[in-house]
Design a protein around this ligand. Structure first.
Ligand code: BG6
Length: 505
């Protein structure tokens, strides 16, 4: 059922001529339009430093849609219809005249529609420009109506705890928290949202979702791609900032949170912050024992030679930036006390896949003779986020035959088999939520700070001490050996899906 509470909306995209708009934002808006999710009164104003006519800007966006939309090339007639919503304004984000021009455009549009519009300021720009744009929006009184104006902030949200606090302070001094939409695109993924459906819409799982039944949890988000042409950004980031502080901790929070009272945005976000607050803080002594960093060297991927991280464009020859991180976390609360949460993420890994794997404790007592249970495996729940979208429950079954022989089998819920329709992209979900004023899938200020607080001791330790072993893993592997040791010393191994998922999603 479609909701119909969409108001007339003006979408102002800063960084309109940039990569993010071409690849993600406009294709998502176009798909929302094709699926009938766009309000009748709608306007997209792209803005950037380059001088362009409306027509030139539209052509740029069409190219983006044709190359990156999940639906492929745009239907000409549909594009003609959609493109009427799009206009362009050249701007200098430091110049007050830019904002006066927006104010005038908004006024004209509202007069034409004879209605006040919801205004969304989308900051698809480098983080150093967030403050100046936010300040100018405020100076020009463009965000005074709390219910009808919103600002969307892309990651990275801060470079460390201090800068995240500073940015939060600045934004919260201008906007109400209800107006601030901090994007973490993992939260918009269907499979990630489904973790909540799975946990809270079924009575089956909750009773065993705790330390009494679960032995340990693994969250593995690996990519085959290297840093490519993002070397400059990545040098100032690394895997911990790029993936762990945001995406992985968000996954962990959704997995581990207490049951919320309702699907209310703040209720859910409160429960997620509770998880971060309960996570055990790292002491300097822990870092050596519980955390592993890695950097890829050159190697071969699918028959092609690929450069090492230090040979990538805009990367220092002796770079200390990690392209891999593995961490063992604990959550100090009643539900999870003593259950290790192993997470790992890395670039240039053997598979591109994001998987949460839950290993259950063994049965308290086996009634079967040893010869029946040679291939016995503890139960596992495997939530595959991408590229395969599935949930598997690994259970023991009797192999057909005259003897009692047990072996593990999978009960599988597979999206593609169950729902033949295509799943929307994360950005479609998140942009629609922004238009509807629903913040459930966006990060709240305190959540972002709690995540930074948790990883700061690791960042400080790594930055203060150059890794002497870098590069320490080759392309097309599962990362450094120490990451295997991190989990092997507890008697486990990293779980990988049984199939060969070679392609990026
Ligand atoms: C981004 C990171 O946030 O997420 C990238 O900056 C990473 O380095 C990407 O490749 C992964 O997203 P996805 O949706 O492809 O898993």
């Amino acid at each position: 059922m479609k909701l119909t509470n969409l108001h007339p909306t003006i979408f102002i995209i800063f960084g309109g001529t940039g990569d993010l708009n071409a690849r993600k934002i406009t294709p998502a808006l176009f798909n929302l339009f094709l699926d009938d999710w766009i309000p009748g009164q709608f306007s997209i104003i792209g803005t950037g430093r380059t001088k362009l006519t409306d027509e030139e800007f539209r052509a740029l966006l069409l190219e983006g849609i044709n190359s990156f939309s999940r639906r492929g090339k745009a239907d000409e007639k549909k594009w003609q219809e959609f493109s009427q919503y799009i206009s362009y304004q050249v701007s200098d984000i430091k110049d007050p005249a830019t904002y006066a021009a927006f104010a005038e455009k908004i006024k004209q549009q509202e007069e034409a529609w004879k209605q006040e519009a919801d205004i969304i300021y989308y900051l698809a720009v480098a983080p150093q420009f967030f403050p100046i744009i936010a300040e100018n929006i405020a100076k020009n009184a463009l965000c005074e109506n709390i219910a009808k104006t919103r600002i969307v902030i892309e990651k990275p949200f801060g470079h460390d705890l201090e800068s995240a606090k500073k940015l939060n302070g600045l934004l919260q001094g201008i906007f109400d928290e209800k107006q601030i939409y901090r994007i973490d695109h993992y939260l918009g993924k269907e499979t990630v949202q489904n973790i909540m459906a799975f946990r809270f819409a079924n009575s089956l799982f909750e009773p065993q979702w705790n330390r009494n039944y679960i032995d340990h949890v693994q969250i593995s988000v690996t990519e085959q791609l290297g840093v490519g042409d993002r070397g400059e950004y990545y040098e100032g980031s690394g895997a911990l900032r790029d993936m762990v502080q945001n995406h992985i901790l968000q996954l962990l929070c959704i997995f581990a949170m207490e049951v919320p009272i309702s699907f209310n945005a703040d209720e859910i976000r409160d429960r997620k912050v509770d998880v971060l607050r309960a996570m055990r803080k790292f002491t300097p002594g822990d870092i050596k024992k519980l955390v592993v960093r890695g950097q890829y060297s050159e190697g071969w991927m699918e028959g092609k030679e690929v450069p090492g991280y230090r040979q990538e464009k805009n990367v220092k020859e002796d770079s200390n930036t990690e392209t891999f991180a593995a961490i063992k976390f604990f959550i100090d609360n009643w539900r999870w006390q003593g259950v290790p949460f192993y997470v790992r993420t890395g670039k240039r890994m053997q598979q591109s896949s994001s998987v949460i794997s839950v290993q259950y404790k063994n049965v308290p007592h086996s009634i079967f003779p040893p010869e029946a249970s040679e291939s016995w495996e503890q139960n596992r729940l495997i939530i595959s986020i991408q590229p395969e979208m599935s949930i598997r429950m690994q259970v023991q079954a009797k192999r057909p035959g005259l003897n009692m022989v047990l072996n593990p089998v999978d009960m599988i819920f597979d999206y593609k088999g169950t729902y033949p329709t295509e799943t929307p992209e994360a950005y479609e979900t998140l942009l629609l939520d922004t238009m509807q004023g629903d913040q459930t899938l966006f990060m709240r200020g305190d959540q972002v700070e709690a995540a930074w607080e948790l990883i700061m001791p690791i960042l400080s330790a790594w930055e203060s001490k150059q890794s002497l072993s870098f590069p320490n893993y080759s392309a097309d592997t599962w990362g450094p050996e120490l990451a295997e040791a991190l989990i092997a010393q507890d008697g486990y191994h990293w779980f990988t899906l049984p199939h060969n998922h070679k392609k990026n999603s």
